[in-house]
Ligand binder design. Sequence first.
Ligand SMILES: [Zn+2]
Length: 114
Amino acid sequence: MHELSVAATMVDLAVEEAARLGAVRIHALHLRLGRLSGIVKEALIFSWDAACQGTALEGANLVIEDIPAAIYCGGCDTERELQSIQHFVCAVCGASSVEIVRGGELEIAALEIE
Ligand SMILES: [Zn+2]
């Protein structure tokens, strides 16, 4: 399962960062997850406990911040939230030459440590 390896990577990064900060325990990991990241949130949550087992993150909470997908439309000269991740078009003028500006995030936003 793809999400399990993603969870394991997040755990590795968090463990490294916590060690660098001299933390004893990690209470929670805050993750920014974009809608275009290709990661299924539920599957990631499901994989979390297994990925944490035997690490400094064992028992830590996974707090996910959903990042909506956004595009920039040159025709309207503005940024808009993407209505559907299947259709990369501007919801107002219908232009398809849009630029994705947000939604691909998969990054650790914060660690709650002790
Ligand atoms: Zn537009």
